[in-house]
Design a protein around this ligand. Structure first.
Ligand code: FES
Length: 250
């Protein structure tokens, strides 16, 4: 089927959302913060707002809008820009130090006066998109959760009798939209004290370097049996081992 985005025709696949079509065609005109192709969509950040053409034009989130034949979308109308500015205003109140948000604020010409808080405060970078909590849940580990509401919303380790189920896979770090997870485990919004400490490391059978936690290695082996053959090698040694011998110069 075909849909129209800003006067251009794009092919959409059955069941695809407007945002997925836009991403597949590498359109940069729809920003998103809480969308990830591997996770279910919750429409939490509201940054992907677009205008649907019709007798009564309506604003809606592109990440939840399913494509249908002839659907016409505008990604840069005055109403869209105004909506994204309002969303940014609220998000910046919560996370004034977020680089992602500050870059978007420049694009959407949000005045400096609209940004409450200290933009250089590294502790206020989490935009509460929820991707870290969601990926941990989808993997079935459920080691972190949100607690509190509004400005008191926090990402915390779930502890059962003082123990965490975290396996140290760091999927949450890799998926973090504001990259705050990789910077520090304990900030004003991330209360992850003790996170990763005490998790035994697996060392590479060939080079002897630590490359992942033992718990993460066991988890991957149990979930993806095809990885078991070389699970005790670090990524570099695994790559080297997969190069056919005839291609390695003697
Ligand atoms: S990406 Fe659509 S609401 Fe966040």
């Amino acid at each position: 089927m075909n849909i129209v985005i800003d006067r251009q025709i794009y092919q959409a696949r059955e069941g695809e959302t407007v945002l997925q079509v836009a991403r597949r065609h590498e359109l940069a005109s729809i920003p998103s913060l809480c969308y990830h192709p591997a996770l279910r969509t919750e429409g939490a950040c509201r940054m992907c707002m677009v205008e649907v053409d019709g007798e009564h034009p309506a604003l809606t989130t592109a990440c939840s809008l399913e494509a249908s034949e002839g659907l016409q979308i505008w990604t840069d109308t005055q109403a869209v820009r105004q909506s994204r500015r309002q969303t940014l205003f609220l998000l910046l109140k919560r996370a004034p130090g977020s680089m992602v948000l500050n870059e978007l604020a420049k694009i959407y010409k949000l005045e400096a006066s609209a940004k409450n808080g200290n933009c250089s405060d590294q502790r206020n970078e989490c935009i509460s998109c929820g991707l870290c909590v969601k990926v941990c849940e989808v993997l079935g580990i459920q080691a972190i959760q949100f607690t509190g509401k509004g400005k008191d919303r926090r990402v915390r380790l779930i502890l059962q009798s003082g123990e965490s189920s975290c396996i140290g896979c760091q999927a949450c770090v890799r998926i973090c939209a504001s990259r705050v997870m990789e910077k520090g485990h304990s900030t004003s919004i991330l209360e992850l004290d003790g996170w990763l400490s005490g998790l035994a490391q697996a060392t590479c059978k060939v080079c002897g370097r630590p490359y992942a936690t033992q718990a993460a290695v066991r988890f991957v082996a149990s979930q993806v049996p095809a990885t078991r053959a070389r699970i005790d090698l670090c990524p570099e040694c695994k790559r080297a081992a997969s190069i056919p011998r005839r291609l390695i110069k003697q």
